[in-house]
Design a protein around this ligand. Structure first.
Ligand SMILES: Cc1cc2nc3c(=O)[nH]c(=O)nc-3n(C[C@H](O)[C@H](O)[C@H](O)COP(=O)(O)O)c2cc1C
Length: 178
C-alpha cells in the first residue's frame, strides 16, 4: 500500500514523529510518502491509497497551512482510510481536565473541514527549550511551572511514547488492509 504521511511542524517534533510513522509503515512492508505539508509540493502524483496526517497543537490550534490542506483535501481524505496524529503537551498532563482539553483540540478542525479521520492518536510532543528564543522560553517555562512539567531550560525534554505510536501505525495498517 502507498501511504501519504503528511505533517506540519513548528519546532520539529512532529517532523520526527512523522518520520517514525513513515519508518513503521515501511517496516510493515508498505510504502510511505513523507510529505511536509507547508512545502506546497505535489503529493498526489504517487496516488496514495491511505493517509496518516500529523500536526502539533500551538495555542490550542493546528498550524494554518495544515488546516487549509485538510480543508482542501477533505473529500479525498474521506475516500481512503485516514488517521490523524495530534501532537500536544497537555495530553501528558497529570490533570484530567487538561488531558480532556487536548483530546478536544481536533474537534474544531474536524467540524470546519469535514474530514472524518478513520482513526485518531494523541501523541505527547516535546519541550525544546534550547531552540526557543528568550521570550518563548520564558512563556513556555511559566506554562510548564503551572503544569508540573520540566522547567530545566538548559536542555530539551521529549515525552513522545514511540512504542505507542508504532503500535497505532500497525493497528491503522491492519484496519486499512481490512
Ligand atoms: C508557543 C507554544 C504554544 C503551545 N501551545 C500548546 C497548547 O495550546 N496545548 C498543548 O497541548 N501544547 C501546546 N504546546 C506544546 C506543543 O504542542 C509541543 O511542544 C509540540 O511538541 C510542538 O510540536 P512541533 O515541534 O512539531 O511544533 C505549545 C508549544 C509552544 C512552543
Amino acid at each position: 500500500m502507498i501511504i501519504l504521511v503528511g505533517y506540519a511542524t513548528v519546532e520539529g517534533q512532529t517532523r520526527k514523529i512523522a518520520g517514525a510513522v513513515a519508518a513503521a509503515v515501511e517496516a510493515a512492508g508498505d510504502r510511505a510518502l513523507l510529505f511536509d505539508i507547508a512545502s506546497g509540493a505535489e503529493y498526489a502524483i504517487a496516488h496514495p491509497e491511505a493517509a496518516i496526517l500529523c500536526a502539533p497543537v500551538h495555542a490550542a490550534r493546528y498550524p494554518a497551512a495544515f488546516a487549509s490542506f485538510v480543508r482542501q483535501e477533505a473529500s479525498w481524505l474521506n475516500s481512503v482510510p485516514s488517521a490523524f496524529v495530534s501532537v500536544s503537551l497537555l495530553i501528558r498532563s497529570e490533570f484530567e481536565e487538561e488531558r480532556e482539553e487536548a483530546m478536544h483540540v481536533p474537534d474544531a478542525l474536524i467540524s470546519d473541514s469535514g474530514w472524518r479521520p478513520t482513526m485518531m492518536h494523541h501523541a505527547a510532543g516535546a519541550l525544546r527549550y534550547t531552540e526557543y528564543d528568550f521570550f518563548k522560553r520564558w512563556i513556555i517555562r511559566r506554562m510548564a511551572e503551572l503544569e508540573n512539567a520540566p522547567t530545566d531550560v538548559s536542555r530539551d525534554h521529549e515525552f513522545t511514547d514511540w512504542k505507542a505510536l508504532s503500535g497505532f501505525v500497525e493497528d491503522f495498517l491492519d484496519m486499512a488492509k481490512g
